[in-house]
Write a protein that binds this ligand. Structure first.
Ligand code: NAG
Ligand code: NAG
Length: 311
């Protein structure tokens, strides 16, 4: 059963075309079985802006998801999650200005609340660790930039609850998002930026994979894409691996290698266990009523002899 499921997932997953560009010096993987089958192009970038050439290995039909992968990044750490919750920056995210004691209560750590230029809005660890590397893709043959459509990155309900506060962006001594992350978040968007809203939904696993947008045109096998990466997020200080992932999804989403391999191993171990049970059954079967262990038998014998004596 597990074996069949594993084969099915692997077959369906094979319809996905995934290309990962590993562009940091760090190298990690917190997900078991994930490595196999992934096309990783190692290309460490060190300059502030670096341009890589990517040879498209297979035809990739549209839409192509453009995603980033951080590993390990513990968005699931309790303090981190709390910094964006109702006890954290939530009131600010939904359009309320906090000040004084109230602000200190919601964002207790000074560094997540204030900078030399003013108060962060929104405050907290989550908003302060926003992933701000930028990506541009061009076709090498005519240098035409491929438009990355950001319109459906965040969930509708996340976007709906996000609101810039009244009077935005006129507060004094405020450091708004567009000042902190000027290359990614515009003044007009503020907290309603798609990438920001998606970032504020913490990932359940330390392997963070989030969308930046999608390409609405296909890429064909053998063509060269120029990938321009603006390195802003300080990954080496926290030892995080960074990857840019392009994915033409399959009917089940991604390529599901990790899951199908896990199921394959699980089914193999089930077979081994079944075999052991079968061997025990055939070779050294315990006769009905025979105690399982010698010690138990002796105890039982002495018990019965004692009770015999009493009679
Ligand atoms: C990018 O984001 C990191 C943390 O999220 C921050 O420390 C850094 O200053 C930002 N850089 C730019 C240029 O926005
Ligand atoms: C982006 O995608 C949405 C649907 O996902 C579409 O309605 C919109 O027209 C696209 N924007 C551009 C500029 O192509």
């Amino acid at each position: 059963m597990l074996f069949a499921l594993s084969m099915l997932l692997s077959q369906l997953g094979q319809q996905a075309v995934e290309v990962s560009i590993h562009y940091s010096l760090e190298r990690h993987s917190s997900v078991p079985f994930a490595e196999a089958g992934r096309k990783v192009l190692p290309a460490p970038c060190q300059a502030e802006v670096c341009t890589l050439e990517l040879l498209v290995p297979e035809d990739m039909p549209a839409p192509i998801h453009v995603m980033y992968h951080l590993d390990p990044f513990y968005q699931n750490y309790p303090n981190y999650i709390q910094s964006g919750s109702r006890k954290g920056a939530w009131p600010q995210l939904t359009g309320k200005i906090l000040s004084g004691d109230e602000l200190r209560k919601h964002c207790p750590v000074t560094a997540t609340r204030e900078s030399a230029h003013g108060s962060f809005f929104p405050c907290g660890l989550q908003a302060g660790s926003f992933f701000n590397d930028t990506f541009k893709l061009r076709r090498a043959k005519d240098l035409k930039e491929l438009f990355i459509n950001e319109s459906s990155v965040a969930r509708e309900d996340d976007l709906k609850r996000m609101r810039n506060p009244p009077g935005y962006p006129n507060g004094e001594d405020m450091e708004w998002l567009f000042m902190r992350y000027p290359e990614v978040i515009s003044l007009a968007e503020g907290v309603k930026n798609q990438r920001f809203a998606e970032w504020m939904r913490p990932s359940a696993l330390p392997s963070v994979l989030k969308r930046i947008g999608q390409l609405d045109e296909p890429l064909s096998k053998g063509e060269t894409i120029l990938v321009e990466i603006g390195l802003r997020f300080p990954a080496s200080t926290i030892d995080v691996e960074k990857e840019l992932v392009l994915l033409s999804p399959s009917p089940i989403g991604g390529s599901s290698h990790a899951l199908s391999r896990f199921l394959l191993y699980a089914s193999a171990s089930c077979w081994v266990l079944a075999l052991i049970v079968l061997l025990c059954e055939k070779c050294c079967k315990r006769p009905l009523g025979h105690p399982r262990f010698e010690r138990m038998r002796i105890a039982q014998d002495s018990e019965s002899s004692e009770s015999d004596g009493a009679v």
